[in-house]
Design a protein around this ligand. Structure first.
Ligand code: SF4
Ligand code: SF4
Length: 391
């Protein structure tokens, strides 16, 4: 993760869309007040962090409206200047207006938006008319210089159309981040949309190949992250690190949760921003203890797995779903993670064995002879991009 301390702000759980597989919106949800934003500033300030990322998430965060962001962003940016805050947003963009886009652009807020492929596939699972509304918002975002990436949710149904979905993102020049449709603690019957672990594993291996075949012209963020995990031997996204203690979510009423996926469920509240709790207080709450229990469980259950250092048992929320809130196993997507980590490790080991010694020490050294780019070429490309970004 870019910044080690991450606070997700959930201005509301309401959402104007009705995606068929989404269990995280709540009609009639309250909106976060500016008083709560001030409490967030006081709370994060009391933690003494040197860096913090805020992600506006939901529900649909744009429901909070222009006035909310006009006040909230300077409060957070100036009130927490010592913590060098960075911002991001996850939104379907339906409600993006030129006015809000201008406010977000002033704080360089990158946006992750959700499209599941071309309109035909997207609107079957996200609702009639969704695609057009999001693309309209996308154009406004681009006109205001906002950076937008696309999160594509693969369901048990759209998985069967993966080739067409990938072609859509590639031909439009959109960077892709994929998300599997997941079961939820809020719903006992996630079928028929949930992506099965074996299908998810197969999808990841397919996308690894697509990513390498199109190196330099089409990016799949998850594949970059998974390769980095294996190459650097530590997790680079929340699923593959111990997220407890470094990620929190604040709900519309100021309640603190371990992550946005728990927001709105009273039994997962860890504390309240108006009380300025210390991290130790949050860790001592029942849900804080459950998250810690997951970390200990993984140390035992995954002890013999070669990928434990950069997988860390996956997502604790996913692990809690089958037991309705109790930990009875690691993340049920273990089989998918194992498969893609095996694949990347095997390819990397082969490439390293075939590469000249210098290649292993220096990304700038001549490439080994290969028919097509491999994992090391992807890592070299990422390092080059990162270097350019820093210059
Ligand atoms: S609970 Fe899961 S989704 Fe939430 S921060 Fe942790 S790993 Fe990420
Ligand atoms: S791949 Fe599975 S067994 Fe290995 S660390 Fe991840 S969750 Fe544990």
């Amino acid at each position: 993760m870019k910044n080690p301390f991450h606070v997700m702000l959930i201005p509301t759980l309401g959402c104007p869309a009705r995606c068929r597989y989404c269990w995280s919106s709540e009609p009639g949800s309250p909106r976060m007040s500016i008083a709560t934003v001030r409490d967030v500033v006081a709370w994060v300030s009391s933690l003494g962090k040197e860096r913090v990322t805020f992600t506006f998430h939901g529900g649909e965060p744009l429901l909070a409206g222009a006035d909310f962001y006009r006040e909230a962003l300077p409060l957070l940016a100036e009130g927490l200047a010592q913590a060098n805050p960075e911002f991001a947003m996850q939104s379907n963009l339906w409600l993006l207006t030129p006015e809000i886009a201008e406010i977000l652009a002033g704080y360089h807020v990158p946006i992750g938006t959700s499209i599941d492929g071309p309109a035909r596939i997207n609107d079957v699972q996200r609702g009639e008319g969704y695609f057009g509304k999001t693309m309209r918002g996308y154009r406004i975002a681009r006109e205001h210089g906002l950076r937008v990436s696309f999160i594509c949710t693969f369901t048990s149904q759209s998985f069967r159309e993966k080739e067409e979905i990938v072609r859509f993102f590639r031909e439009n020049g959109f960077t892709l981040k994929l998300h599997p449709a997941l079961p939820s603690l809020r719903n006992d019957n996630p079928e028929p949309w949930t992506l099965a672990p074996d299908d998810y594993g197969e999808l990841l291996v397919y996308l690894l190949d697509v990513s390498l075949e199109n190196l330099g012209s089409f990016e799949i963020m998850n594949i970059n992250d998974l390769c980095k995990c294996v190459f650097f031997r530590h997790g680079t996204v929340c699923t593959f690190v111990d997220c407890m203690g470094s990620t929190f979510a604040v709900g519309p009423d100021g309640s603190i949760y371990p992550c946005y996926r728990f927001v709105g469920m009273p039994e997962y509240v860890m504390g309240h921003v108006s009380d300025c709790p210390e991290l130790a207080d949050l860790a001592a709450s029942p849900v804080g203890k459950a998250m810690q229990e997951f970390r200990n469980f993984v140390d035992r259950a995954c002890a013999d797995c070669p990928h434990i250092r950069y997988c860390r048992g996956g997502c604790p929320y996913n692990a809690m779903v089958p037991g309705h809130g109790t930990i009875g196993g690691v993340d049920p997507y273990c089989r998918a993670y194992h498969r893609i980590f095996d694949e990347i490790s095997d390819r990397l080991n082969r490439e390293m064995a075939e590469a000249p010694a210098m290649e292993m020490m220096c990304f700038g050294a001549p490439r080994p002879k290969q028919d097509k780019p491999g994992v090391m070429a992807l890592m070299r490309f990422q390092a080059m991009k990162e270097g350019k970004r820093k210059r």
